[in-house]
Write a protein that binds this ligand. Structure first.
Ligand SMILES: C[S@@+](CC[C@H](N)C(=O)[O-])C[C@H]1O[C@@H](n2cnc3c(N)ncnc32)[C@H](O)[C@@H]1O
Length: 226
């Protein structure tokens, strides 16, 4: 499967700190909002879990929740495992290596699925959404956090400059210019808003409310398996 795994292996070491820097610390708030969409769920799958930020936020916020975090990048998972080794999380979070397009779980297993800044990195987003529907219980919810290009005509060019020029420039100080360029390019190339909702419908995930954050630069899509 062609993939971005080697890219994430390379940037894993600075991933959390650069995220916080680039988002002015807002990334943590966005993940909290994401987790807020799946309140009341117990068995949760966090796809593209990376360094387990969403998995950790989930077990902090949702009483009795158990999370399986899945990601293909060994390096991202190795940082995740260190964070999740504390007694607070040890029995509540399980981390495994794998792809969104081929989830190693039986049908109808999870109450909810989260994926933060991950769907656009999958090789086949539709197949990933189909897999999410397969492993969700009937009535289960998927919550997807992703970057978007803002619609505001004045703000959009400023944002695009920041995303396409500034991110790779700062990334270059960490030997990751190419990687951060990919991360920003992949955002503008990925289906946005209505187009993404079409993909969700095609995967038979009934779209619910979409929540735009940070002047429309970040979005949370939610959907239900009927
Ligand atoms: C931008 S990071 C997001 C990590 C984390 N969810 C967060 O909120 O910070 C994207 C993650 O997607 C993972 N990824 C790449 N291709 C994937 C695939 N096909 N299936 C699942 N995860 C994938 C990468 O390894 C990486 O950890």
């Amino acid at each position: 499967m062609p993939e971005t795994t080697s890219l994430f292996n390379k940037i894993a070491k600075h991933y959390d700190s650069l995220n916080t820097f680039f988002s002015f610390g807002m990334d943590k708030i966005w993940r909290k909002k994401l987790v807020g969409q799946i309140m009341g769920s117990h068995e949760i799958l966090d796809i593209a879990t990376g360094t387990a930020e969403v998995a950790i936020e989930t077990v902090r916020k949702l009483e009795g929740a158990r999370v399986i975090g899945i990601d293909p990048s060994a390096e991202m998972l190795s940082f995740a495992k260190k964070k999740c080794a504390s007694p607070e999380y040890k029995d509540k979070i399980e981390l495994i290596q794998g792809y969104a397009e081929d989830l190693p779980f039986e049908n109808d297993r999870f109450d909810a699925i989260t994926i933060a800044f991950g769907i656009r990195n999958t090789v086949n987003p539709l197949q990933s959404l189909n897999e999410m529907r397969r492993v969700l219980k009937s009535g289960g919810k998927v919550a997807i956090l992703e970057f978007t290009i803002p619609r505001n005509k004045i703000f959009a060019p400023i944002y695009l400059f920041y995303f396409k020029k500034f991110l790779p420039f700062i990334g270059s100080f960490f030997g990751s210019k190419k990687e951060y360029k990919y991360l920003s390019d992949s955002t503008s190339e990925f289906p946005q808003r209505e187009k993404f909702l079409e993909l969700m419908k095609e995967a038979q995930l009934d779209p619910q409310e979409s929540i735009e954050l940070m002047i429309g630069t970040v979005i949370i899509y939610t959907g239900i398996k009927k």
